[in-house]
Design a binder for this molecule. Structure first.
Ligand SMILES: *Cc1c(COP(=O)(O)O)cnc(C)c1O
Length: 443
């Protein structure tokens, strides 16, 4: 049962079929180019797209707009200390701003940074500071409840190869966003802490989805079956020296982010860099109201009612899709359902972007917007061809999910007739092409 009811509504409508066909063509078969008004169910991302609570909106009204010594910042600081256990906070405009602040002080040219799996902006910030991002995911068995884990042995091998002195930081991302939102166990974080100590490296947790991860721990890690999600979250983060956070994820806000650190010296350095890039250390590129929204959202994120309905809704969407024969990645992760587009559209070769074909058809058949994560988004990388359906927090209901499943059934009925796509226009940086490139059906 959903743990909330709607209080503010945004009308949405499904354009008729002719309009959808025309919109898709006009967008160059790239759903990033669609107007959101033309989208019926928007599952492009869960970043900053969720619905805020009445308590968040109320708190925003008391947001102060002080440059220095803001009360709103003080409330955020208290919330981060209570919920996440870090007393030193450097605010930033969003998660990648926080990454720039932290990795800018930790990483230098020639360094190596291991991570269970780098999220794309994390990878970019390590590279931007001259470092080499190295993914060290576990080789998980099919029934492993924690497929997001780090492989500590791969980190040790890396350090043996390159020298521990060249590994300034070890990062664990919870949940593992780039690995289908799969969780990381507390046990694994303890092992990561030990490796960081062996290497004398700073242990960072990318905490963007820390609450979703804590819920999985409660459900799957025996030691924590009787613990509250709030207690698990604190325990898991307590092993880290620093955290980076996007307020657009598990702070249930539309914008914002921060770095949390224990050590006073590291805090000072991060604060100075924050002032340079984000703004003074009591606002970080945000208005007081944004700080207030995060302060309240963090506390809500670790309540059982909220987090259970969040993660179980993602599972519910996965179940509905499986019931109509859609091949999805299992078990479903914390924020999205991933469809194996190569298995779903086996006639379309990888070079013709089966994931992007599927994403286009979901819009054409049902006004649903998803995102391709395969050859189109990651050119020339040997990756699985996926389409991701990401659920905004507290925003959609069961009948919306049923509409998505019905849309898949319509696509399935036309599967044999679908043509592949080719890129006809792309920006100079191929890595960024999925945001703006234009495609056409292969003749
Ligand atoms: C979203 C995200 C980020 C970046 O946060 P933004 O607010 O989008 O800049 C970093 N790491 C992970 C794991 C994320 O999910």
């Amino acid at each position: 049962m959903r743990a909330y009811r709607a209080k503010v509504v945004e009308p949405i409508s499904l354009p008729d079929r002719e309009e959808r066909v025309a919109n898709l063509e006009k967008a160059g078969y790239n759903v990033f180019n669609l107007d959101s008004d033309d989208v019926f169910i928007d599952l492009l991302t869960d970043s900053g797209t969720g619905t805020m609570s009445q308590d968040q909106w109320a708190a925003m009204m008391r947001g102060d707009e002080a440059y220095a010594g803001s009360d709103s910042f003080e409330r955020l600081r208290e919330s981060v200390a209570d919920v996440m256990g870090f007393k030193n906070v450097v605010p930033a405009h969003q998660g990648r701003g926080a990454e720039n602040v932290l990795y800018g002080v930790l990483v230098s040219k020639g360094d190596y940074v291991p991570n269970n799996t780098h999220f794309d902006t994390t990878r970019a910030h390590v590279v931007n500071n001259g470092g080499d991002p190295i993914d060290c995911p576990t080789d998980a068995a099919e029934d492993d409840p924690f497929k997001g884990n780090l492989d500590p042995e791969k980190v040790r091998e890396l350090a043996d190869d390159v020298g521990a002195e060249n590994v300034p930081a070890l990062v664990v991302t919870v949940t593992n966003n780039s690995m289908a939102g799969q969780p990381v166990s507390v046990e694994n974080v303890r092992e990561a802490r030990d490796v960081a100590d062996e290497l004398d490296a700073t242990f960072v947790i990318d905490a963007c989805r820390f609450a979703e991860n804590a819920y999985f721990v409660q459900q799957r890690e025996e030691e924590f079956a009787e613990s509250s999600v709030a207690a698990i979250a604190r325990e898991q983060l307590s092993y880290a020296d620093a955290i980076v956070m996007s307020g657009k994820k598990d702070a249930l806000s539309n914008i914002g982010g921060f770095v949390g650190v224990c050590d006073g010296n590291l805090f000072e350095r991060a604060k100075q860099r924050g002032i340079l890039f984000e703004g003074f250390s009591t606002y970080g590129g945000l208005a007081g109201r944004d700080l207030e929204a995060m302060a309240v959202g963090l506390r809500e994120a670790v309540t059982q009612e909220y987090i259970e309905s969040r993660v179980e809704q993602v599972r519910e969407l996965g179940d509905l899709l499986r019931d109509v024969g859609v091949p999805i990645y299992t078990p479903t992760g914390g924020h999205a359902v991933y469809v194996d587009a190569e298995a779903y559209l086996p006639e379309i070769p990888r070079e013709q972007f089966p994931g992007q074909v599927l994403v286009g058809e979901l819009y054409r058949e049902g006004g649903v917007r998803a995102v391709e994560l395969g050859e189109f988004a990651f050119p020339d990388e040997d990756r699985p061809q996926l389409a991701r359906l990401c659920l905004p927090r507290r925003s959609y209901f069961r009948d919306h999910l049923e509409h998505v499943a019905e849309t898949f059934e319509k696509v399935s009925a036309r599967r044999g007739e679908l043509a592949g796509l080719e890129v006809v226009e792309e920006p100079p940086m191929k890595e960024l092409r999925h945001f703006s490139a234009r495609l056409e059906p292969v003749a």
